[in-house]
Design a protein around this ligand. Structure first.
Ligand SMILES: *Cc1c(COP(=O)(O)O)cnc(C)c1O
Length: 355
């Protein structure tokens, strides 16, 4: 199939998924946004295969995309807000767990709970040094009043990626939470080994470890890059000579060669990655010598043709990109798939192909 494809060495990828799952107690696979390049439904299927008890989505609107393929609980990580009608409706869904990050929202949910058959399942988020969402420790006193109306499923702690002081912060917040109400801890971005120590420590000497859930996205789905490859189809090839013009902008071709029309454009997230992120220092110098990428309007493309990344003739179009091939002895063949570098957290591929 032509287009932009994510090729998955399926056996190797699934071995990696199983390895991460086995090493991560209480794993909660994260399936949100573009589904890490695979799409949400695909990740839901794989989470089901892994035997996970819960999956985490980002938004209320993402629940429907995992609900059929995954049989367990579905956590919505974006904190609940009273003006979101779908989030309100999902309070009644017994498979859904809602995240709450403010005492006033907890109060609002508690007030709505009277109309529901079951108390809504809720986890409460604590603010970390990330400063994204969450209650501060000082707010915890306001929580107790509302606990009777809801079904508390745990406390959630979303740590920054850097490991400086991470464990100490997790422990401090977890202790404050558990002293408010004992419940499962849902933690992001704490390595499994540290989390296991934390659970033991919080459980106390001679006690069972505190129940723990670890949310993992990137490290699970994209943690074995060797199992994944992204390719794009050569859609067309035209011989060009220095001085010819081409493209929307009728830009002049700088050297003899070929204009290669590659599948993939802005709709796939191509051209969204920092154009210089993957270039060699020589290429960067070339770009500088030419007055910088912005000044010349030229940018190195993520497409590899005949062994090297090639320049865009002009910015990518919606679904195709014009790429210059110079200094090669042969043109690529129409229909061939060639490597394209994509960031899988921003890319939208046309298909996932198992190899
Ligand atoms: C996105 C997200 C994750 C997963 O992040 P990765 O870095 O992809 O593992 C975990 N926890 C929360 C709260 C998130 O929003």
């Amino acid at each position: 199939m032509s287009g932009v494809s994510l090729r998955v060495d399926i056996d190797r990828w699934r071995r990696h998924l199983a390895t991460v799952a086995a090493a991560t107690p209480g794993i909660v696979p994260v399936a949100k946004g573009n589904g890490y390049g695979f799409g949400l439904t695909r990740l839901a299927e794989e989470s089901e295969r892994l035997g996970a008890e819960a999956i985490a989505v980002g938004l209320p609107s993402e629940v429907a995309q995992v609900r059929e393929a995954f049989a367990g609980d579905i956590v919505i990580m974006m904190p609940w807000r009273p003006d979101d009608d779908l989030a309100r409706a999902l309070l009644a869904d017994t498979r859904v767990i809602t995240t709450v990050s403010r005492v006033e929202d907890l109060a609002a949910i508690a007030a709505l709970a009277g109309d529901l058959e079951q108390p809504p399942r809720v986890i409460i988020e604590l603010a970390t040094s990330m400063q994204r969402h969450g209650l501060r420790v000082a707010d915890l006193a306001g929580v107790s009043d509302h606990l009777a109306a809801i079904s508390l499923q745990g406390w959630t702690i979303h740590l920054p990626l850097s490991d400086q002081g991470r464990y100490v912060e997790a422990e401090r917040l977890a202790r404050a939470a558990l002293s408010t109400a004992p419940a499962t801890l849902w933690i992001s971005h704490l390595p499994a080994a540290e989390a296991t120590v934390l659970a033991k420590q919080l459980g106390g000497a001679g006690e069972d470890p505190a129940p723990l859930r670890l949310r993992v996205g990137t490290r699970l789905w994209l943690g074995d890059p060797g199992a994944l490859a992204t390719v794009a189809t050569v859609l067309d090839v035209h011989p060009v000579r220095r001085g010819d013009r081409a493209g929307y902008r009728q830009r002049r071709i700088s050297r003899d060669g070929w204009l290669v029309i590659m599948a993939g454009g802005t709709a796939h997230g191509i051209g969204m990655e920092a154009p210089t992120a993957a270039v060699s220092s020589r290429q960067r110098l070339v770009a500088l010598a030419q007055g910088g990428l912005q000044a010349t309007g030229r940018a190195l493309s993520p497409y590899t043709i005949d062994g090297a990344k090639r320049w865009f003739l002009e910015p990518p179009h919606m679904q195709a990109s014009l790429v210059l091939l110079t200094g090669s002895t042969a043109a690529p063949t129409i229909g061939d798939d060639l490597p394209v570098e994509l960031r899988l957290t921003t890319a939208l591929v046309d298909q996932v192909v198992e190899v």
